[in-house]
Design a protein around this ligand. Structure first.
Ligand code: G6P
Length: 334
């Protein structure tokens, strides 16, 4: 689910090319295996559409109304789906693809909300998680706003593999790089951190995936039953997930889990696998949408993040590496 302006650029693409979108340089691929769009600001995947889904996806996902989706008797809470954007025009956002991007992104140097932002080398900020080392850094770290360079595009399993590095040094001792693999079956993103300095460093971070859904507050996330979590909306109170998670309103939770998850929005069952991550962040702001997201658009995403947080920070010693990854594919029982 991407902005119509980005869709138009993809439609006019045959093969691979670089375009300007929303003031950012964006790399596009439209190939037999599917489509991929990556912003060089933040090395951020904005769009992925595997070819097998392309044909039925064309114009088939309605914008309004909840799906005949999973009614989850065990789901905690039973907030009714709010009428987010019910009367507003969805203009600007078109269906298709597994990721969501706001049609009204912040101007530079702001980050684009949507796709898979890279939060590095810390998750959140001093107000919300105390992760910024001197408690003064920007929310989710500098990587998502930085310029990245596309170092290589390789063939990979009948798809593509992209390698990206930041243009400027982002940390005195740490060097990140991103690897993005896409083919007709899956999208895989890795954020690799290499310690090139002298003293141990603690990092957190996230692959902050905005997954496209029919209706945010009518989704089910499977795989977290029984997991402990920190509820950021309740001052980090620790709780236990009762049954599978049914999303029925705004939520902001850090689950202490490395389990593979399945996001079911009633139309698609998307498998979310994570590597090097013992924190799964599930976030939707409910009615309190950020300024860069209109209500009509904001009802169509749910964030499931592959993260390292205060629950599982990573201590890197000189010479060591850490890989934080996520893999999106269709659940085989779909
Ligand atoms: O608005 P952003 O800076 O992109 O952050 C968006 C959200 O990211 C994470 O999911 C955090 O858990 C939330 O607390 C935060 O609001």
């Amino acid at each position: 689910m991407i902005p119509a302006s980005l869709r138009a650029l993809l439609d006019a693409t045959d093969g691979q090319r670089r375009v300007d979108w929303a003031g950012r340089e964006v790399w596009l691929a439209r190939e037999p295996w599917g489509e991929l769009a990556v912003s060089l600001q933040g090395a951020q995947v904005l769009h992925y559409l595997p070819a097998p889904e392309a044909a039925p996806a064309e114009g088939s996902l309605p914008f309004a109304g909840a799906p005949d989706g999973p009614e989850d008797a065990r789901a905690e809470g039973s907030l009714p789906a709010p009428a987010v954007g019910a009367t507003q025009s969805p203009e600007g956002l078109v269906p298709g693809g597994w990721l969501w991007v706001t049609p009204t992104p912040q101007a530079l140097p702001g980050a684009i909300r949507g796709g898979i932002p890279l939060c590095w080398p810390w998750f959140a900020d001093e107000r919300t998680a105390d992760e910024s080392p001197d408690r003064s850094g920007p929310m989710h770290g500098p990587a998502r706003k930085a310029d990245w360079r596309l170092e290589a595009v390789d063939e990979h399993e009948e798809g593509l593999e992209l390698h990206l590095s930041p243009v400027e040094r982002l940390h005195s001792q740490l060097v990140p790089r991103a690897v993005i693999q896409a083919n007709a079956q899956r999208l895989h993103v890795e954020l690799i951190t290499e310690h090139v300095g002298e003293t141990p460093v603690k990092i957190t971070g996230a692959l902050h995936s905005y997954l496209a859904v029919a209706e945010a507050h009518a989704c089910r996330v499977e795989g977290l039953a029984g997991a402990r979590y920190l509820d950021k909306l309740a001052d980090f109170a620790e709780r236990e997930q009762q049954g599978e998670l049914g999303v029925r309103g705004g939520l902001d939770r850090i689950y202490h889990s490395n389990a593979e998850l399945v996001l079911d929005d009633g139309r698609r069952r998307l498998r979310v696998a994570r590597q090097g991550s013992d924190s799964a962040v599930v976030w939707h702001p409910g009615d309190a949408l950020p300024d860069d997201t209109a209500a009509a658009a904001g009802r169509h995403f749910l964030c499931i993040e592959s993260a390292n947080t205060r629950l599982d920070p990573v201590w890197l010693v000189p010479g060591a590496q850490h890989l934080l990854g996520t893999t999106l594919s269709l659940a085989s029982d779909a």
